[in-house]
Design a protein around this ligand. Structure first.
Ligand code: AMP
Length: 186
């Protein structure tokens, strides 16, 4: 049983690591970004509302995200644990999550932060071949700026709660996975 939050800037390898670790531990990988991209592709009401923010590299308004997470954590498969990837993204969302988990009689075990220098992130995102609509240079700069302003404060938020695990994300993918695995299980 593990309940993990994956923090980290865009391009840090958060999605890849969250997916691998979720498989290893046999728990659902919940990526708010993926849920949103699929809503955009299906042109649902949520997708239509979220698209303009995502295209600009800005955060989608909290009310949309909070209802996604609320509904997702109400499904049965979360009884074995979960990984939240890309949520929370600001202090308001983190406060909401604390409250939601308290209502569900749960709490998160660790917040895993992948550390990668900005210049490496920009290079990775530009050359990464992910073929994502928001991987263009202007949008990448906005996403990094939004990360530093709104999401990075969560590092202290979880450190203060003794939940933070910081991992060097600027090393080969397998080594990052190994380090995360050892630290969350240790
Ligand atoms: P990601 O796949 O996590 O990089 O997310 C892609 C985009 O989806 C972000 O740039 C935001 O526009 C949006 N998004 C994903 N998760 C959140 C969240 N927790 N809060 C607000 N916007 C989000």
């Amino acid at each position: 049983m593990a309940r993990l939050i994956f923090l980290g800037p865009p391009g840090a390898g958060k999605g890849t690591q969250a997916s691998t670790i979720a498989q290893l531990l046999g728990i659902p990988h919940i990526s708010t970004g993926e849920i949103l991209r699929s809503a955009v592709a299906q042109q649902t009401e949520l997708g239509l509302k979220a698209k303009e923010y995502m295209d600009r590299g800005e955060l989608v308004p909290d009310d949309l995200i909070l209802s996604i997470v609320n509904e997702r954590l109400a499904l049965d498969d979360v009884s074995s644990g979960w990984i939240l990837d890309g949520f929370p993204r600001n202090v308001g969302q983190a406060d909401f999550l604390d409250q939601l988990l308290a209502d569900l009689n749960q709490s998160c075990d660790h917040a895993v932060n992948l550390e990668v220098p900005d210049e490496v992130l920009v290079k990775r995102l530009l050359n990464g071949g992910r073929n994502r609509a928001d991987d263009t240079e202007d949008v990448i700069r906005t996403r990094l700026e939004v990360y530093h302003r709104q999401t990075a404060p969560l590092i202290d938020f979880y450190r203060d709660r003794h939940k933070l695990i910081s991992v060097n994300g600027n090393q080969p993918i397998d080594q990052v996975t190994e380090e995360i695995k050892n630290r969350v299980q240790g």
